[in-house]
Design a protein around this ligand. Structure first.
Ligand code: GLC
Length: 730
């Protein structure tokens, strides 16, 4: 008995003398308890200090309490090179090259949640290794117009697909103790006048089209931060928009993270304080412009805020909500001592980049099975076009990278073909000579003294005896192409590309056009070429991935995440003259009828439909069956690989509502499955149809409604290639 009492006494004494770790530093404590403890220890000045930038890409911590700074980094496709304290230009470090992953249009085109998870894991590890706390991405703005300069950074025209495809990326990034910052919230669907245009959108369109991907990012992905957009909605800038940030994001969706402004996106101190902004980041030291001299204290959420707090014009309750959110973000990232170490430019990341690339490449046309190239019977391959030799990871705005390595298409082809065939290159056209961005240099001099006519005649001469011509064109990252800060003027291929393709088609029947882009383009020559491939911007592994598909090492399986209209007027925003570069009011007159929803409402045949993508094999769909399942339905069918080689098929489920009090699209994507099938193999594919999937948003009821009536489940290989249907009653 005495020894037990002695042991208890000694234990009590030892505990009382151990140094007590402050609650906020004790990771064994619940997050909210740590947040409250830290908040209670902070002065007013310290609270305000963590709500705004202290440098181009960082916000302050609380040095006195050992709470670290928060470091952010672009971008969605790779980790931006280090910049100087107050500059956009790279700092010239020699240890900050990265893996350039494919652009997010490619990820969306893979329709593979497995690839999304792989992507998030890899890029999250690179951000972690570079000791960044917040990754400024992914972007999930809906593809409203083919002219938007930043569509290449986003995930297409369908809110369901964009939502499904961003969630695994988000979850995996954040497993590294790195926050995502999902952007640009919201309605940033064009670059023209991006800082000043006011989006006029009805509630139904807002809730059914432009918010769902962000809602999925928050409620399914668990995003720890969100970036306010530059534009306005209902006359308020999205970086301080009461309805979008307070009412919808924080109250309706229960978002517990931090809202970070886009850089220089804050224009009103009072609104910045009351309308849901938590961290103000900036372009210049005064937050808005690039004039130096003013300190970061000039930011709206800096001294102006402190003054209002001290003279009682601003409430401490609102302040403390912001501080809690920033502390929560900090504890999940910078102060998270159990996060993994990360890695940079590893073989695993290079492999991930290549896998995502090949799964996203879309085979749009393959007449006479011109692809894959039969290298055994091919003597001469002519490669034409600037985009075969141009590096695409440099430029385009904030997603620009300093890639450790970028395999161009021509390099990938040469490596894969070796001496099995002769590869001849002809420029064909001169487009953009861009070779540096923010002081990152591609090292490639693209100047060419030849005239347009000479370039074309040289290419045509080389084509006359080629077994196959591969034309690499499309867009690039120059202003007016796929680039932040401006939109395209048209859907036409820029430079002399169309002329070159037409001239080549005069002398050679075996032409494959490869479109390197993040946007749809017109194809007036479509009937004169045998093959068309959309290759996206594929980053580090571009050339290897393209060669894998062209030479048949990999069977392409990507499908379009947005419609390729024949002409611009076939797109809803343009048909209604509702896209403007010359007006600061942009009324989304097409409403919910975006992309294929517009095309099907108006029976417009697209050049290539949403969800379209071919394979080197063929798939047969059995009859879909539908049966009750709980308070929903289960739709199932068999899919068989009827070809001679393995392949992946993306089986798509669309639903039509035939009786609704409000007009609905002809059908809407409500499910997809990417399945791999060996030759002759059959798999059953099953979709659960939950009641929520049948709802539409009714502004009159300010909510989602389910109406009884008849529905149809359409299952197919594309929105315009439905293979089987089944009706059901709700
Ligand atoms: C840019 C972009 C945003 C980027 C930020 C930091 O203006 O709109 O996407 O993350 O500023 O570069």
């Amino acid at each position: 008995m005495r020894s037990t009492l002695l042991a208890i006494f000694l234990l009590a004494v030892s505990c009382s003398t151990a140094p007590k770790v402050a609650t906020y530093l004790d990771e064994s404590q619940p997050l909210e308890k740590r947040v409250e403890d830290a908040l209670s220890r902070m002065t007013l000045e310290e609270k305000v200090k963590i709500l705004h930038a202290q440098s181009k890409f960082s916000s302050a911590g609380v040095p006195r309490l050992g709470i670290p700074e928060l470091w952010t980094t672009d971008g969605p496709h790779g980790i931006r090179p280090e910049v100087l304290w107050d500059q956009w230009n790279q700092a010239g470090w020699t240890n900050d090259s990265c893996t350039a992953f494919p652009a997010l249009t490619c990820l969306a085109a893979s329709w593979s949640e497995e690839m999304s998870a792989l992507y998030g894991k890899a890029i999250g590890e690179e951000a972690r290794y570079r000791e960044k706390d917040v990754l400024l991405g992914p972007g999930v703005n809906i593809y409203r117009t083919p002219l938007c300069g930043r569509n290449f950074e986003y995930m297409g025209e369908d809110p369901y697909l964009a939502g499904k495809m961003c969630v695994p990326y988000i979850q995996e990034v954040q497993k590294n103790g790195v926050a995502v910052c999902v952007k640009h919230f919201a309605l940033n669907n064009q670059e023209a006048n991006r800082h000043t245009y006011n989006a006029v959108v009805d509630d139904r369109t807002l809730y059914e089209i432009y918010l769902p991907a962000f809602k999925a990012a928050v409620q399914e992905g668990g995003a720890w931060s969100i970036m306010g957009a530059y534009n306005l909605y209902e006359g308020q800038h999205l970086c301080h928009n009461d309805r979008i940030l307070n009412r919808i994001l924080k109250e309706e969706w229960g978002f517990d993270g931090a809202v970070i402004s886009d850089w220089g996106g804050v224009h009103n101190t009072e609104e910045a304080i009351t309308n849901g902004l938590d961290i103000e980041m900036g372009t210049g030291t005064n937050g808005l412009d690039s004039k130096y001299g003013k300190s970061y204290d000039a930011y709206n959420l800096a001294l102006p805020y402190l003054e209002r707090l001290k003279d009682g014009r601003a409430s401490v309750e609102v302040l403390d909500d912001k501080v809690r959110r920033v502390l929560r973000l900090n504890f999940r990232t910078a102060m998270n001592n159990s996060k993994p170490t990360g890695s940079l430019c590893s073989p695993e990341h290079y492999d991930a980049a290549r896998r995502i690339a090949v799964e996203g490449i879309v085979l749009l046309k393959n007449e006479d099975d011109i692809l894959p190239i039969d290298i055994e019977s091919t003597k001469k391959i002519l490669v034409v076009g600037e985009n075969a030799i141009k590096k695409m990871t440099v430029g385009g705005g904030s997603s620009s990278l300093k890639a450790q390595y970028e395999c161009t298409p021509i390099a990938g082809l040469r490596e894969a073909v070796g001496d099995k065939a002769e590869i001849v290159y002809q420029r064909g056209y001169v487009g953009d000579l861009l070779r540096t961005y923010n002081n990152v240099d591609t090292g490639i001099d693209l100047t060419d003294p030849r005239s347009e006519e000479e370039l074309i005649s040289d290419a045509v001469a080389a084509a006359s005896d080629a077994d196959i011509v591969l034309f690499f064109g499309g867009l690039n990252k120059a202003k007016g192409q796929d680039s932040e800060g401006c939109d395209r003027d048209s859907m036409a291929l820029p430079y002399a590309q169309n002329k070159v393709i037409e001239a080549l088609a005069e002398v050679n029947d075996n032409i494959v056009v490869l479109i390197v882009s993040g946007n749809a383009v017109e194809m007036p020559w479509i009937d004169k070429v045998e093959g068309v491939v959309e290759t996206w911007f594929l980053g580090t592994q571009a050339g290897h991935a393209i060669a894998d598909v062209l030479l048949g090492k990999v069977n392409p399986s990507g499908k379009l995440p947005f419609t390729f209209p024949v002409r611009l007027e076939d797109n809803g925003a343009h048909a209604l003259n509702a896209y403007h570069k010359d007006s600061l009011t942009v009324e989304y007159k097409e409403g919910i009828f975006v992309g294929y929803r517009w095309a099907e409402k108006h029976n417009i045949k697209p050049l290539f439909a949403f969800g379209h993508g071919l394979s080197y094999t063929t798939f047969e769909y059995g009859q879909a069956k539908c049966r009750k399942s709980g308070d929903g339905f289960k739709v199932s069918l068999d899919v068989t690989n009827t070809g001679a080689r393995e392949g992946q098929e993306i089986v798509q489920l669309y639903i039509s509502d035939h009786e609704s009090s409000l007009e609905r699209p002809v059908k809407e994507l409500k499910g997809f499955r990417k399945i791999r099938l060996a030759p002759g193999e059959t798999k059953e594919v099953t979709f659960e149809i939950e009641p929520d999937m049948l709802k539409f948003y009714d502004p009159a009821q300010s909510g989602w409604v389910l109406e009884k009536g008849s529905f149809t489940a359409h299952v197919g290989a594309s929105s315009d290639d439905i293979r089987t249907r089944v009706d059901f009653q709700k």
